[in-house]
Ligand binder design. Structure first.
Ligand code: T46
Length: 142
């Protein structure tokens, strides 16, 4: 299982840093939606789902958090703590986000509009879909 973490170009000068992200260039898909989470309570763990087709890039633009990725075969934990780092998550990964610092702002760039029917929220169902080969990756990077 490959974890794809981007280090975006930082345009730094004496005034500070700036990161610019363009679709199909810095981001491997067309960005149809942006959302972010903040004020995440201590000890909160969220996510607990995979997607049928959604691709996303997660950027912790302030503070820090951890992401647990589960392919159904293997699990990996990724720390996000730099505003110029982005974690690519393909559709077929079960994800859980946790260990948010109190000042964490987690920004997400998504390849599709919000669609509840794209969510797989039952872990046993997720494992069955992986086993049956129904959740092939649609990774833009491939
Ligand atoms: C994912 C992880 C990383 C909307 O109305 N529009 C949206 O675009 C989103 C993302 C959410 N919502 C509503 C649906 C829920 O009532 O906001 C509420 C919280 O969403 P959810 O419980 O799905 O949040 P997380 O943190 O469990 O998951 C989110 C994304 O939903 C998911 O796609 O991969 O972040």
């Amino acid at each position: 299982m490959q974890v794809i973490k981007y280090a975006f170009q930082q345009h730094g000068d004496s005034r500070g840093q700036l990161v610019a992200l363009e679709e199909m260039k810095d981001i491997p898909f067309t960005i149809k939606r942006v959302y972010y989470m903040y004020d995440t309570g201590e000890g909160v763990r969220r996510g607990y789902h995979a997607h049928k087709s959604l691709e996303q890039i997660l950027i912790c633009i302030h503070g820090s958090c951890k992401i647990m990725l589960d392919s159904g075969f293997e699990k990996k934990v990724v720390s996000l703590e730099k505003p110029y780092e982005g974690l690519y998550i393909s559709n077929n990964m079960w994800r859980e986000m946790y260990d948010f610092s109190s000042d964490a702002v987690l920004l997400v760039l998504a390849s599709e509009l919000y669609d509840e029917s794209d969510y797989i929220r039952d872990y046993e169902e997720f494992l069955k879909m992986v086993e049956r080969g129904e959740l092939d990756t649609n990774e833009s990077n491939e």
